[in-house]
Ligand binder design. Structure first.
Ligand code: SF4
Length: 236
């Protein structure tokens, strides 16, 4: 495992390169971020934003969504992947928000994770993005990039989250989530990472021949394997 000083160097570079990075999802309140994040599995931020613009204009509250049938909601979000399952989960989640929380989104991880279709990653994204509560969501990009860089070695998103939150100062958890996502989208892609132009190439564990090799069959298999724990995983 990488020495602590090297991890700090990696984080320094990530912060410098991706300072100010934020979610690409457009939202105005916790409810909108929750729904947008639920919609984002296997769908790009751009597609989600295109859908939610109309959806939130017509149905701005959980009460509005509950009044739709599952089929009607599925029709509203047909442009995104897995839309039937998402419609079912979103409608059920909206109902619980109405019945248990007076139409508000709870600022509590356990309560969020009890909503259908909401896993730990989505709960963390909502806690950090909508409430400013320190949390670090581990999606497929965060998982892959953190392991390649030697910031974590865990085999599950939860293990990686624990490792990252043990290393990264609490006040930077939310930002680090975005640094790793944007690095994964722009440079350290699952396939064909752009190592030659990577600002982290001098301190990357994978490039140095660490346990997490850069782009080989083992890596690709590993990425597929770890996707399974994310029922709400965005891969964009
Ligand atoms: S050097 Fe390659 S594997 Fe390492 S972080 Fe950069 S792009 Fe990813």
């Amino acid at each position: 495992m990488m020495e602590e000083y090297s991890k700090h160097r990696v984080l320094e570079i990530l912060e410098k390169e991706y300072r100010g990075a934020a979610t690409g999802l457009v939202f105005r309140n916790p409810f909108e971020l929750l729904i947008a994040t639920m919609l984002s599995a296997q769908t790009t931020d751009r597609q989600v934003n295109r859908l939610t613009k109309g959806l939130f204009a017509k149905y701005p509250t959980p009460a509005d969504l509950v009044r739709l049938s599952e089929e009607e909601l599925a029709g509203e979000i047909r442009g995104c992947g897995l839309y039937r399952g998402k419609a079912k989960n979103i409608r059920a989640a909206a109902r619980i928000l109405m019945e248990k929380y007076g139409g508000e989104v709870p600022a509590d991880r356990k309560a969020l994770m009890e909503l259908p279709g909401v896993g730990r990653k989505t709960a963390n994204v909502v806690l950090a993005g909508a409430f400013g509560i320190p949390a670090l969501g581990v999606d497929t990009h965060v998982f892959r990039v953190a392991r390649r860089l030697g910031l974590a070695a865990g085999r599950t998103p939860l293990q990686v989250e624990w490792e990252l939150t043990s290393t990264i100062p609490r006040n930077k958890w939310a930002a680090a989530h975005h640094w790793l996502i944007w690095h994964g989208r722009k440079i350290c892609r699952a396939r064909n990472p752009l190592c030659d132009g990577c600002p982290l190439k001098e301190c990357c564990a994978a490039r140095a021949g660490g346990p997490e090799k850069v782009q080989n069959q083992t890596q690709q298999k590993s990425d597929r394997e770890v996707q399974q724990p994310w029922t709400d995983r965005p891969d964009r």
